[in-house]
Structure formats: C-alpha cells, structure tokens
Write a protein that binds this ligand. Sequence first.
Ligand code: G
Ligand code: G
Ligand code: NA
Ligand code: MN
Length: 254
Amino acid sequence: LALESDLRAALADAQFELHYQPKIGSADGRVMGFEALLRWNRPGHGRVSPLEFIPLAEELGLLVPIGAWVITQACRQMAQWRDQGLGRIRVAVNLSPSQLKSADLIDGVRASMTSHGIEPNELEMEVTESMMMDDPEQAIATLNRLRGEGVRLSIDDFGTGYSSMAYLKRLPVDTLKLDRNFITGIDKDTRDADLCAGMIALAHKLGLSVIAEGVETEAQRSALVERACDVFQGYLFSPPMAAADVAAFLKGKV
Ligand code: G
Ligand code: G
Ligand code: NA
Ligand code: MN
C-alpha cells in the first residue's frame, strides 16, 4: 500500500508536525495550556488528519516511535516557548494504547523532560478509558509511574468508554475531559445538560477538574459555566494552530 510505505517513511523524513489547541479557563478566560495534535504533511497529499493514519500506524506498530517523537517534540517546543519569554506553557499529548504498554515509555518521558528542563506538572498526557481494557492493572501501574515522573494525567473522551466509573477511583488522574458528544447538545437537550452536570459534580467530589471538549458556541459555553465546568476547549476559542502562531494568540489574550 502506498499509504503504508509513505507512513513508514514519514518519521525519518520529518513529515510530522504538532499543532496546538488552547485550553481556556472558564473563570477568567486565561490560557491554561494547549493540547498537542499530530499532523502529517504527506508529500503529494497535503496535511493528513490523524483520524486517517493513527489507526493504521497503531496496527503497524509505528505509534510507539511516532508517539515518542510527539513527547520529545512537545517538550522541545515548551522549552523553546519558555526561552522566548512566553513563560512555562503546559502541553498535553495524546497517548496511544501501544505507547502505554511500551517498556520504554517511562525512560523516554524522563529523558525528554530532563533534557528540556520540563518541570513537574508542565507535561500532561491524555489517556482514554478504553486503554484500560486489556490489562487494567498494568495500565494503572504505568499511569502511577508517569505521575511519579511529574506528568499530569487526564482522561480523554470521558463518558464514552467502557466501564468508566469502575476505574475513576483507581486512576491517578487530575482531569476529566468530557467528550464532545455531550457538549454538542448541552444548550438544547436536557439529558445532555443533566449528564454534564452530573459528571462535573462527580469529578469535583473526587477532586478532579473538568474540561469540556468541542465547545463551538456561546450558548454551549454559558450552559457549561452554569454547570461549573472548569476549562473549555473548542473552535469557539481556537482551532488547533501551528506552533509559530501560539505567541500571537497569547498576545491577543492579554
Ligand atoms: O485534530 P484531530 O483531527 O487532531 O485529532 C483526531 C484524533 O487523533 C483525536 O482522537 C486525537 O486524540 C488523535 N490524535 C491527535 N494527535 C495524536 C497523537 O499525537 N497521538 C495519538 N495517539 N493520537 C492523536
Ligand atoms: O480524541 P481527542 O479528544 O483528542 O480529539 C480532539 C479532536 O477534536 C481533534 O480532531 C480536534 O481537531 C477536534 N476538535 C477540537 N475542537 C473542536 C470543536 O470545537 N469542534 C469539533 N467538531 N472538533 C473539534
Ligand atoms: Na485528546
Ligand atoms: Mn477527546
């Protein structure tokens, strides 16, 4: 397959890039950090969305080395922003199931953080509930080790996974990210609104903060403020942007 051989060459040929989507504090509109989202500049095809290549990359075993690059690149970028005087900016990267199982994960994370002077709680990782399914004990052990390295953790796509509640009390996470599916109808559908309110109250009881993903409208934003959601992410504030645009974005916020 052309896609497969192209994907195998992409890492060595430096065709990957991270884009960054801001996370905005609900109380004051402050930028709390960014989520790093992978982009592939495939020769002859333009920019390819991860939806089109992540499943194949995972199947081919390429997401371990690609994911390691993502972690290193995020740390390098944080160091660059810091050295440019933008301050310490928190960045969250997405972890794949194979990465969570990889024996090299912890050492790689520690090496990336050390060589770029990343402090505890600056780097964040987003994991999904479905990543717990194969071997929950192993996954929880790895998450605890990541936490021990000073990595913040959040549960991505919360509420869509299998057996969410069972793991909530055992996962060493800081944040729940409410899946976009609950946010879409929050200003119109009372069931979505009640689900969000319930999940937010539950998270707060457990000492976790809550991010709403996919916030696109002012009506959704205010429905979420009313239900005490802590942080927002979505096109209402900004789509994911190139690293070079982050400085201007932050300037526009002050
Ligand atoms: O912007 P968006 O199209 O970027 O992302 C689509 C999907 O790809 C999302 O589910 C997102 O979590 C996933 N994704 C984006 N970047 C990465 C990455 O670096 N690693 C992994 N494992 N998934 C990613
Ligand atoms: O699975 P994960 O939550 O990491 O996926 C993030 C995905 O959501 C990325 O593809 C990102 O580009 C996309 N995204 C971010 N903000 C919005 C939004 O406001 N609306 C929609 N429809 N997608 C969004
Ligand atoms: Na994510
Ligand atoms: Mn998500």
